[in-house]
Design a protein around this ligand. Sequence first.
Ligand code: ADP
Ligand code: TRP
Length: 314
Amino acid sequence: MTNKKRLLTGLQPSGSIHIGNYFGALKPFLDMYTEYESHLMVVDYHALTTLRDRDALTENIYSIVKDYLAAGVDPEKVILFKQSDVAEHTELAWILQCLVTVPFLMQAHAYKDKVAKGLEANAGLFSYPMLMAADILLYDTEIVPVGEDQRQHIEYAREAANKFNNTYGETFITPQEHILKGVGVVPGIDGKKMSKSYHNTIPLFATRQEIEKAVMSIVTDSDGERPENVYAIHQLFASEDALDALYKENEGNYKALKEALIEDIDAFIAPMRERRASITNEDVANILEAGARKAKERALRKMMDVKERIGVIL
Ligand code: ADP
Ligand code: TRP
């Protein structure tokens, strides 16, 4: 181990990632991960709380790792692994669940929101924050880059760490969330938050045709000088100065502005798309296997200490 600070994050393999995920979560990770001792997870057991289609889950796992790699994650500079390969995550999650109360877990916004949206309130969905706490605490993680919606889950991880430390002695580091200010929420083609569940996305690895279709259907208000929804997305791909000139020159000409946006998105995505096409399922399997070996070694060491402290080692 080096004395660099430890950083860890994860994304659920629950569908194709979009430019909101990229600018809100993946890009901030890419910008900082090499300065830390970093862990990047595919949290497949978390996805199991909402996904029961075997083939879709397998496909999504391959897909998200290809997305990570094509977006620029260097597997030599991060421990890239999937959660289900390191059984210590579910093992520690159980121990942590025995330290927190049902009323405490019932306050989780993410759980309440998902149930309000009609998702089944299964016990996995309910105890989800303790599996996430285990993901984080097992690796002595200090920094967790996430989107705003995950802030409370990091508080839950801190609470679990404190409960354990108070009961059994100093064992876990209390982690800190890293939430980028100013990234805000990337709007979808209908102006609402871009989200897989709203069907309003521009997929990160869209084909040229898919980009054209999505951009042409961005909702524009008919009276404004500047089509705000187009501009808000365009800002992610071009400098303010370039956009000022372009939007002045084409004032009121929404079609020309959308065409310019298509060009800019396509120019940005094309190299990643090409890189992604060259990554095979076998590459993914090899990278995950190597990552699992490294993660497992660390997790086992930490769990030995935990088991010793709770009194199950004879
Ligand atoms: P979705 O809403 O599409 O299902 P997820 O909940 O899987 O996305 O989010 C994965 C990560 O991407 C989270 O860290 C979340 O904060 C971030 N994220 C999702 N949508 C956006 C958006 N429109 N703008 C900025 N960040 C986003
Ligand atoms: N709950 C996170 C999300 O839905 C995913 C996640 C699981 C995670 N374990 C984690 C994120 C550990 C950061 C660290 O986006």
